[in-house]
Design a protein around this ligand. Structure first.
Ligand SMILES: Cc1ncc(COP(=O)(O)O)c(C=O)c1O
Length: 471
């Protein structure tokens, strides 16, 4: 019987390896009917992750002699341990097997998952018509390997949009089409950060940023957030950052807008320390109060800001199209990296998007969605506060498609999470966005994907189930 001691100095995977090896030696699993349990069963029985189980046997495979002499029927993974790279072990992602199948949004239904948008409002007929037209016009040309820089018409349209509506300063040659912000982060990190060099990320922050920078080999250093944005460590004794990931228009997940003073200070800091700023402008189109603020890139005279935009929130995330607006000196190195990664994004989608933008559908879609989201947002706030005020304080930011709801009583968190699972909603715990411990528990609720009736029904179900459990 395996017993793991979480307080012991010996790592869990080593305890596991040692005890299984000892059991094999003492022949307690050697008859023809007994077999080593699968890594999934071991993980479940012992309350540890499958990674820990796999690590036990990847780091040190069971000696052949134990196995062949006694012929235990081993789980495939234990028989042929895969020598994965440390990079894989370092990815902070606990999902296994079927957990990956539904993507980030999870199962359909009123889930309040923060990243989900109103995809049923996407003008599919217009998109399909434009797609058919570009195919008819350009034909087989669009089926060829395409430019790693991106479709020229699309880059021109994005440059014009970024200058006119986001206050950026750029030339179309500075635009590189990417497979979303995710790939943009990988490209930027790969271009700038050697293994072990430092990337600052906001804490709390975008968990995909943490994964991408770690995977690219950076030492990820969490930086706290105050009311003005990321806190700059001017006098830190630690190694200075090579890259600083920020979300100035709408801090993810807390939602504040970076102040003008902090923007200027951040650019000065980057210039002095020879660092680059990665500006993730993921949600700037969905700002509901206050004047629109130009992006950080537009304030930068020193070529220190790498700006990333995405179509995931405006259009739809499975399109996997985003863009980098790179300082001139980084354009060629970044295109070189894209060419190594996967050459380019699908040419037909890029050409369709270029037409969608140049013919005005893009701007009118943004306008229409902003109005729809504004209405859903107001309704969500009203309903949430009338039904759930007793348990949560809702924070209302100026922009974005989710809300942070702070628990009034810390101790309620486990019950609240159980109730969420029981009623089938999946607001995400704020703690999943922190690298260091959060001070207060909170949940983030998406509101954009659901109609008023669905929002009301979902919140009422949640509130009445909570009432029953938290009397
Ligand atoms: C902070 C942040 N940045 C960027 C994105 C979009 O990422 P991608 O373009 O890779 O879909 C999201 C999506 O949820 C996000 O929350």
């Amino acid at each position: 019987m395996i017993r793991l001691d979480r307080n012991a100095a010996e790592p869990l995977h080593q305890q596991l390896y040692r005890q299984i090896r000892d059991e094999l030696v003492s022949a307690s699993v050697n008859d023809s009917t007994s077999r080593l349990p699968s890594s999934r069963m071991l993980a479940a029985d012992l309350g540890i992750s499958r990674l820990t189980v796999n690590l036990a046997f990847v780091a040190q495979p069971l000696p052949e002699a134990y196995l062949s002499a006694r012929k235990p029927k081993l789980d495939r993974q234990l028989e042929h341990p895969v020598r994965l790279s440390n990079r894989v072990w370092d990815i902070p992602d606990k999902r296994v097997g079927r957990d990956f199948d539904l993507g980030i949004a999870g199962a359909p239904g009123v889930s309040f998952v923060p990243a989900v948008t109103a995809l049923d409002e996407f003008p599919i007929e217009i998109w399909e018509r434009l797609r058919a037209e570009v195919l008819a016009k350009k034909g087989a040309h669009l089926l060829q390997y395409a430019s790693s820089r991106g479709d020229p018409d699309l880059r021109k349209a994005i440059a014009a949009y970024s200058c006119d509506y986001r206050g950026a300063r750029c030339h179309p040659d500075q635009i590189i089409i990417t497979a979303g912000t995710q790939q943009a982060m990988m490209i930027a990190a790969t271009a700038l950060v050697n293994r072990g060099e430092v990337a600052w990320i906001e804490d709390p922050g975008f968990y995909q940023a943490r994964r991408a920078f770690l995977f690219a080999g950076a030492t990820v250093v969490p930086r706290p957030i105050d009311r003005e944005g990321i806190v700059i460590a001017h006098r830190s004794k630690q190694a200075p950052p090579k890259i600083i990931y920020v979300t100035p228009s709408h801090q993810f997940p807390l939602g504040m807008t970076m102040s003008l003073a902090r923007r200027a200070a951040l650019i000065d800091f980057a210039r002095e320390r020879d660092a680059y700023i990665f500006e993730d402008d993921h949600n700037s189109e969905f700002r509901f109060t206050g004047p629109p603020l130009p992006c950080l890139q537009g304030l930068d005279n020193s070529g220190r800001v790498i700006y990333a935009g995405t179509m995931s929130k405006i259009l739809y995330p499975s399109l996997r199209i985003g863009y980098l607006l790179a300082p001139e000196q980084l354009v060629d190195p970044m295109i070189k990296i894209r060419a190594v990664m996967d050459q380019h994004s699908p040419a037909i989608d890029q050409a369709t998007l270029a037409r969608f933008m140049t013919e005005g559908h893009f701007l009118s879609h943004i306008k229409r969605m902003r109005k729809l989201y504004s209405d859903r947002r107001d309704f969500f706030v009203e309903q949430f506060n009338s039904l759930l005020k007793k348990h949560f304080v809702l924070q209302i930011p100026e922009a974005g498609l989710h809300f942070v709801a702070w628990l009034r009583r810390k101790a309620d968190l486990p019950i609240i999470m159980r109730v969420c699972a029981d009623v089938g909603i999946r607001p995400s715990p704020l703690s999943s966005c922190y690298m260091k411990e959060p001070l207060q528990p909170a949940l983030t609720f998406g509101f954009a994907a659901w109609t008023r009736a669905q929002i009301r029904e979902g919140l009422m179900k949640f509130a009445s189930a909570l009432e029953a459990k938290l009397k």
